[in-house]
Design a protein around this ligand. Structure first.
Ligand SMILES: NC(=O)c1ccc[n+]([C@@H]2O[C@H](COP(=O)([O-])OP(=O)(O)OC[C@H]3O[C@@H](n4cnc5c(N)ncnc54)[C@H](OP(=O)(O)O)[C@@H]3O)[C@@H](O)[C@H]2O)c1
Length: 301
């Protein structure tokens, strides 16, 4: 069988920041973008894990143009430092980093609920403070989740202690990030900038091609997981709709992209439907105000 052709170098001259680029879907976004010639900034909280990702990308793309940007989305100080340190034009920000926590008492270093604080508020503060560095045609991509559909978004209780399942609270944090992106898209209308949502479907490590130092999975587990490929996909596949949202010419601001297959779990990138809540202007503006008030970070006018 012929080897796959090398990817087009169509992103030469473009700089793209991927948060949480040292593992999982963020890693694969970074590798795929680097393979197409983009300069990739890896926004990571661990220098060691970031270095492992850089080595893994360079093993695939020897001339990859990479920079590690120290970034802990659970710390507003770290987010402010990273934004101030960027010092170069950014063409796309992929808000990928995310946590799932089962512990209701888990908090960011600023005392916010861990999932809302990391997945939403950290990215809100990041994009707000990066704004001066964004290119006139920059794209901001919010990595959402199918779980947003099971969430109730109430801006007034955004950072309140939660009850119910951790999946519901996770969905709430992802819904908040998506609502922010749709609101940003409305605020950027009339400019060439785009804010877009994308989700990876259902993406798991055992179906992901191996990369040294990243999510090591035994051959036995890989073999056991093989049949699940009919329904779900690897994290390399999960990155595809996100990279598509960040780069494809057919994408427009306010889009939502995900895998086009059964249940949106896997498959080629396609436009998918977001909930009425995350598309609501009333919720989006209230959430934006709540995020500014909670973080103390204001978007430039
Ligand atoms: N996998 C799926 O099926 C799926 C489905 C829907 C949505 N998503 C979303 O896709 C994104 C990536 O998921 P994944 O499966 O690739 O997860 P993952 O393998 O657990 O990777 C998460 C990444 O986020 C980083 N991160 C977490 N907290 C951070 C913080 N405070 N500051 C900076 N980076 C932080 C992690 O860095 P560390 O190594 O330092 O922890 C890691 O690089 C998430 O936003 C997730 O909600 C995933």
């Amino acid at each position: 069988m012929d080897a796959a052709p090398p990817p087009a170098r169509d992103l030469l001259g473009r700089s793209m920041l991927v948060t949480g680029a040292n593992a999982g879907i963020g890693y694969w976004c970074a590798e795929q973008l680097a393979a197409r010639g983009a300069r990739v900034l890896l926004g990571c909280r661990s220098a060691e894990r970031a270095a492992t990702a850089v080595t893994a990308i360079r093993a695939q793309v020897p001339d990859a143009d990479l920079r590690v940007l120290p970034l802990d989305l659970g710390s507003l100080d770290s987010v402010a430092e990273a934004s101030a340190d960027v010092g170069e034009r950014i063409d796309a920000v992929i808000c990928n980093a995310g946590v799932k926590a089962a512990d209701r008492s888990a908090r960011t270093s600023d005392g916010f609920d861990l999932m809302v604080g990391t997945n939403f508020l950290g990215h809100f503060a990041l994009v707000a403070q990066l704004e001066p560095a964004l290119a006139p045609d920059a794209r901001v991509i919010a990595v959402g989740s199918i779980a947003h559909r099971f969430a109730t978004l109430d801006p007034a209780t955004l950072d309140a202690p939660w009850t119910g399942s951790s999946l519901r609270q996770y969905g709430r944090s992802k819904a908040a990030l998506m609502s922010f992106a749709f609101e940003l898209s409305r605020r950027w209308s009339g400019s060439s900038r785009m804010a877009v949502c994308a989700h990876p479907g259902y993406a798991v490590d055992p179906l992901t091609p191996p990369r040294p130092g990243l999510a090591e999975v035994s051959g036995f587990v890989r073999a056991l997981s093989g049949p699940s490929r009919a329904l779900v996909q690897g994290k390399d596949g999960g990155a595809l709709p996100i990279v598509h949202a960040a780069t494809a010419a057919e994408v427009v601001s306010g889009d939502y992209w995900g895998p086009g297959g059964l249940l949106e779990f896997r498959g080629a990138p396609a436009r998918v439907a977001a909930s009425d809540d995350v598309r609501s202007t009333a919720i989006g503006t209230a959430l934006w105000a709540a995020a500014e008030s909670i973080t103390g970070v204001r978007f430039p006018a």
